[in-house]
Design a protein around this ligand. Structure first.
Ligand SMILES: *Cc1c(COP(=O)(O)O)cnc(C)c1O
Length: 364
């Protein structure tokens, strides 16, 4: 049995009528940028999270960059980012003129290690970007305590964790602001690029909205120098339809993850969820010392798989100028050698989970 890594077609088929209707109403309205459909999604998503403001953006990378800009972070400033994440988390820091400072991660949780944050804070440190990687919340209470004691801003990168929570509080509501991606494969995905900024700070939200729309709130009133990074109306219409299904999809992801947890034997290391965290399993990442064997078996058997991520951020060519080596980030480096992401999507069947698990269990 071959199994796709993700199956976006299965999801579309389950909501086809609603999506098609929403898309044609955008076309009929001929309002393709902004307007009430975008506002409706922004309000709906803010309500879902329990946060005051949501500002739609063109993608999740822009939304993070715009937050940094709106906070006044730039030349001469340092921003702490985890050593393993998608490249966006670090590149946005360079793109506002500041310098990313990498921090190693907690081995069992894959998220930034608060114990190491303290050691790299300098007078130049202006912000921390914790990433709720794979759908597991970073250690927000500890991170907020350190940040508040040093008057540093916290921007949560929630691209992989829509709906995840810690102590009953949703991610995206702990920091001063948070960034979401609605890239198609994310837990809440559009049919193209889209992103969003959320914050309880009304002034920050206003500045972000202006920055992403040519520095204006109303047409031709350019109060600051901005750029163009708005959410398409079509994407907002699709996202509003999908938002209503999100909790159901997250529950299905958790059910699939539960099947994996019971089917997989202990020849590999399975994902760990701390007691007070709710993991939303954007990715189901296991660790195996025989990863390369596993990869070839998956390829031979038509099992979708991926590595998130093959190289820790400080060691990618783009950051060669920092002259880091693997021993600077021992945990992230070790993880990068052993991790592999298994297929997981809400519509996945028990039979598919068993088929994948049987292959994994067979590698001794
Ligand atoms: C997907 C992702 C982003 C960027 O989102 P885009 O919408 O693709 O720009 C940022 N951070 C992390 C951790 C991601 O997984």
């Amino acid at each position: 049995m071959s199994v796709q890594f993700v199956d976006l077609k299965a999801q579309y088929e389950s909501i086809k009528a609603e999506i098609d209707q929403a898309m044609s109403s955008v076309i009929e309205s001929t309002s393709f940028i902004g307007g009430p459909i975008v506002s409706k999604f922004e309000e709906g998503f803010a309500k879902y999270l329990g946060v005051k403001n949501c500002v739609g953006c063109a993608n999740g990378t822009d939304s993070m960059e715009i937050i940094l800009k709106a906070m006044g972070i730039g030349l001469g400033d340092e921003v702490l980012v985890p050593a393993n994440s998608w490249i966006s988390t670090a590149e946005v820091v360079n793109n506002v003129g500041a310098e990313p400072v990498f921090v190693d991660v907690i081995e069992e949780e894959y998220t930034i290690d608060p114990a190491l944050i303290q050691k790299v804070i300098t007078p130049k440190t202006k912000a921390i970007i914790p990433v709720h990687l794979f759908g597991l919340p970073a250690r927000m209470p500890e991170i907020m305590e350190i940040a508040n004691s040093h008057q540093i801003k916290v921007i949560e990168d929630c691209a992989q964790a829509h709906g995840a929570s810690l102590n009953g509080q949703k991610v995206g509501t702990f920091g001063h602001a948070a960034s979401f991606s609605f890239y198609p494969g994310k837990n809440l995905g559009a049919y193209g690029d889209a992103g969003g900024i959320v914050t309880n700070d009304d002034d920050l939200a206003k500045d972000c909205r202006m920055l992403g729309n040519h520095g204006q709130l109303s047409k031709h009133d350019h109060q600051i120098v901005g750029r163009n990074s708005r959410m398409d109306t079509m994407q907002a219409a699709i996202l509003s339809v999908k938002l209503a299904h999100l909790d159901n999809w997250l529950a299905q992801r958790q059910k699939v993850a539960g099947w994996y947890q019971s089917e997989l034997n202990s020849s590999i290391i399975k994902p760990f969820t701390p007691p007070k965290s709710e993991h939303v399993f954007h990715l189901f990442v296991i660790r195996s010392e025989k990863r390369e064997v596993l990869r070839s078996l998956f390829s031979e058997n038509g099992i979708g798989h991926a590595i998130h991520y093959p190289t820790p951020l400080p060691l990618v060519d783009a950051y060669g100028y920092k002259s880091h080596s693997a021993k600077d980030f021992p945990v992230a480096f070790k993880l990068s050698q052993e991790i592999i992401s298994l297929p997981l999507f809400p519509e996945m069947s028990k039979e598919q989970v068993v088929a994948v698990s049987t292959i994994v269990n067979g590698v001794k």
